[in-house]
Design a protein around this ligand. Structure first.
Ligand code: GDP
Length: 325
């Protein structure tokens, strides 16, 4: 007997009631490349939208080994102990290359994965960052509708993925290490500029002194940046994810941020701006994938590339021709 597949409406109702199995199924539809699945996913999202939005979305980034999974495990467990419902998602565009995600891997967060008030989902795979980001963004909506009030989105410092995550969260947290000797040189300016808080992890044992020094340095550096549109002055704080120290203080900072930005209306404004940005981004992605996915275009592109290689046409003439198709 064929297994009965619940309709979009049934799935949506289940999600709104907090059914994790239905949530997982819906996310699988969001992540699918089958147009029928996408259509179903869109219906589910439409039903879920009125129930989404009541959350804090937190982006977490840092180089491999900085302690992201250890931190999220400690931070997330602290939150669920305080009655929060935590969803951990990941954005890892490299997963399509390595055929496996290095982020959000369930085995990396042993306690949290067993926690009934936590939901962990590895990075969707995809050929482009745009695709991965779109799927994650839709997954945020579904998780919020299922009652998750704290959404953590993890990404590793590979290329543009921090920017993509920054554009889908309320609060952006950068994890750093002290004593690497390159406190200020080694970091991409743009990422520091995005951070609402820099957390210096592994501030324990022999590392503590260096961590305190790094805090002073980062504080000094942060003051050189222009004021943020949010009106928020980024904080620098120490933490030991391993020993679970400094975790409470980080949650306090995030709460202060949410309170301050709700008061000055930046919180809502920022989400609106993000929605507008994502509208345009979605159109761009769809146009691109429809265009380059078209078999006629694929063939023409191949032959025009050959002509270019043999010096038989110019890039502009070739583009003109392909676009005219
Ligand atoms: P990720 O690659 O950023 O997810 O880093 P992990 O969470 O996997 O941590 C990398 C290594 O650093 C592991 O061996 C952790 O045990 C260790 N680690 C993480 N946080 C701390 C910390 O606060 N203090 C110390 N001493 N080690 C830590």
């Amino acid at each position: 007997r064929r297994r009965h597949k619940p309709s979009a409406e049934v799935l949506a109702q289940g999600i709104i009631k907090g059914d994790i199995t239905y949530l997982s199924r819906a996310i699988t539809l969001v992540e699918s490349s089958n147009p029928l699945h996408l259509e179903k996913a869109n219906t589910i999202i439409k039903h879920c939208l009125p129930y989404a939005n009541k959350s804090v979305r937190i982006g977490i980034t840092g180089v491999p080994g900085v302690g992201k999974s250890t931190f999220i495990e400690a931070f997330g467990s602290q939150l669920t102990t305080n009655g929060k419902k935590v969803a951990v998602l990941a954005v890892d565009p490299s997963s399509s290359l390595t055929k496996g995600s290095i982020l959000g891997d369930k085995t990396r967060m042993e306690d949290l994965v067993k926690d009934p008030n936590a939901f962990i989902r590895p990075s969707p795979s995809g050929s482009s960052l745009g695709g991965v980001a779109r799927k994650t963004r839709e997954t945020i909506i579904l998780c919020e509708a299922a009652g998750f009030d704290t959404i953590i989105i993890e990404t590793v410092g590979v290329g543009q993925s921090e920017t993509a995550v920054h554009s889908m969260v309320d609060f952006f947290l950068l994890l750093k290490l002290a004593g690497a000797g390159d406190e200020l040189q080694g970091i991409k300016r743009g990422i520091i500029e995005m951070a609402d808080t820099i957390v210096i992890n592994k501030a324990d044992g022999d590392n503590l002194k260096a961590a305190k020094l790094a805090k002073v340095e980062f504080n000094r550096a942060l003051h050189l940046y222009p004021a943020k549109a949010s009106g928020w002055q980024p904080k620098v704080t120490l933490c030991s994810a391993l020993q679970q120290e400094g975790i409470d203080a980080i949650w306090d900072i995030i709460n202060d941020y949410v309170e301050a930005t709700q008061k000055n209306n930046y919180f809502e404004h920022h989400r609106n701006e993000q929605n507008k940005f994502w509208l345009l981004q979605t159109i761009e992605d769809r146009l691109k994938s429809d265009f380059f996915g078209d078999s006629k275009i694929k063939e023409a592109l191949k032959s025009q590339l050959e002509l270019i290689e043999n010096g038989k046409t110019t890039p502009f003439a070739a583009a003109e021709y392909i676009l005219s198709l």
